[in-house]
Design a binder for this molecule. Structure first.
Ligand SMILES: Nc1nc2c(ncn2[C@@H]2O[C@H](COP(=O)(O)OP(=O)(O)OP(=O)(O)O)[C@@H](O)[C@H]2O)c(=O)[nH]1
Ligand SMILES: [Mg+2]
Length: 446
């Protein structure tokens, strides 16, 4: 998501940051380009107008035109506006009761928006947080819905409550909650049925379930790919049922991002989570500041480091960071990374978080069989060779090729690529330092 808008925004920011002085016309041109970029991303018109006017107001003030570094000052204004648009500084937490009582989360949304998937992702996340969770199959419309939830519940390792043959979702929800209380379960997640379109029957059903289950969180599940209509539908659900937050799914799709950028401003309710894939782990807390920085092409180093930390322990991550900074990253580290890559998830998603990388390389550029070959090659090297790749001359290359069942050309290619990787890392690290010193300068970071 956001690929094209990010490309445009980075371009606008780059043009301005190159200038020692900025004129009123420069600001007006830049804001005009921002407007175009937002419109192209399918952002709600009212939201665009508000964003553009308030940016213009602030940017035309003395602060920017007379600033020592007007380009950075302008970037800071746009960044702040973007954070505000997406929901402000704080990420919206779930407001659940303590673990000594039972809290209820109700999920609702149109057909195929990702309710059932979100239910089990949320169960997984809350379970990791130390809560005990029960999933409730209250979609009694689609024949396979109950089995789907049962399969997913098993994956997440949480019980799934059903009443075979029952036709009334209200009865299921009520029985589930009293069972949860009895079983000392602290969180109940109710999966409801969707419809192709908004219709009276769906709304009435959801209203009845909501009234009976008195949810602590009523989350509207929106499919990012439906663009503007997601915003309209959210509004409708807010009016008819009332929502406490939004889960925006399919954030990993290459949709333009208008829904993400409009929802908060139009509906007035926070986006609490984003779905970033089909797997159980692919649910992230929505952090407006991190997303804003991703959209502006500043990358999302915080999320990237957090993701890495889930795989490495803290110490290991710090060691790796130091190695990248000092440029002492060796082939053994490269091998370790290759082996961990599989468990970190889609490479595309990781690339998007690296400052300046979004949209420039994609998973298609990375050949998975190549990764396998590279692993084999490095494994045929001695420890000393892995740590000092420059000593690997022709005869060693031949030995390594034989040992790994590859050719000397393959070994050459790997060594060349490794050299390039090191170079790229150096660039990313400088970029990162630049970014953090910039943020520090604005007092935006500790
Ligand atoms: N790529 C991607 N796919 C998703 C995401 N969330 C859900 N999906 C996919 O979207 C499809 C529909 O998801 P469901 O969870 O069944 O949607 P639902 O809202 O429960 O649908 P109904 O029960 O029919 O109303 C499935 O193929 C999911 O794998 C996401 O964040 N990213
Ligand atoms: Mg479903």
């Amino acid at each position: 998501m956001f690929d094209s808008i990010t490309t445009k925004f980075s371009g606008i920011m780059r043009t301005l940051s190159g200038k020692g002085k900025i004129s009123e016309k420069n600001v007006r041109d830049a804001v005009e380009e921002i407007k175009e970029a937002l419109l192209d991303a399918d952002v709600n018109l009212r939201v665009v107008r508000r964003f553009v006017n308030s940016t213009l107001d602030e940017a035309l003030g003395e602060k920017v035109l007379k600033a020592v570094n007007p380009g950075q000052q302008f970037t800071k204004i746009v960044y702040d506006k973007m954070v505000q648009l997406l929901g402000g500084d704080e990420s919206a937490k779930l407001s659940l009761k303590g673990k000594d009582t039972t809290s209820v989360i109700l999920l609702m949304g149109l057909q195929g928006s990702g309710k059932t998937t979100a239910a089990h992702k949320l169960a997984h996340l809350l379970k990791k947080d130390g809560r005990s969770v029960m999933l409730v199959a209250a979609d009694l419309v689609r024949p396979a819905a109950i089995t789907q939830l049962q399969v997913l519940g098993e994956k997440a390792g949480v019980p799934v409550f059903t009443i075979p043959g029952e036709k009334d979702p209200v009865k299921v929800a009520e029985a589930a909650i009293s069972r949860a209380r009895h079983d000392l379960i602290d969180t109940v997640i109710i999966d409801t049925s969707g419809r192709m379109h908004l219709d009276q029957a769906l709304m009435e059903e959801i209203q009845r379930v909501a009234k009976a289950s008195r949810p602590d969180e009523t989350l509207f599940v929106a499919d990012a790919m439906t663009g503007q209509s997601a915003v309209d539908i959210a509004k409708e659900f807010e009016e008819k049922v009332g929502i406490s937050g939004v889960i925006l799914t399919k954030f990993d799709s290459d949709t333009r991002g208008g829904a993400a950028l409009s929802l908060r401003a139009v509906v007035g309710k926070p986006i609490k989570f984003i779905g970033t894939g089909e797997k159980m782990e692919d649910l992230e807390v929505f952090h407006p500041d991190r997303i804003a920085s991703r959209i502006l092409g500043m990358g999302d180093v915080v999320s990237l480091v957090e993701k890495a930390q889930e795989q490495f322990d803290q110490e290991e991550a710090e060691k790796l960071q130091k190695k990248m900074e000092k440029n002492t990253f060796d082939l053994q580290d490269y091998l370790d990374q290759l082996e961990k890559m599989d468990s970190m998830g889609s490479i595309d998603k990781l690339i998007d978080m690296i400052p300046g990388m979004s949209g420039k390389i994609s998973e298609d550029d990375i050949d998975l069989s190549e990764m396998k070959r590279e692993k084999a090659i490095i494994k045929s090297m001695t420890r000393f060779e892995r740590e000092n790749y420059r000593i690997i001359g022709p005869s060693r290359r031949k030995r390594i090729a034989n040992g790994s069942g590859t050719s000397v050309a393959d070994v050459n290619r790997l060594l060349k690529k490794f050299e390039k990787t090191k170079l790229m890392m150096k660039k990313v690290m400088t970029n990162k330092k630049m970014q953090s010193s910039m943020l520090k300068m604005f007092g935006m970071q500790g």
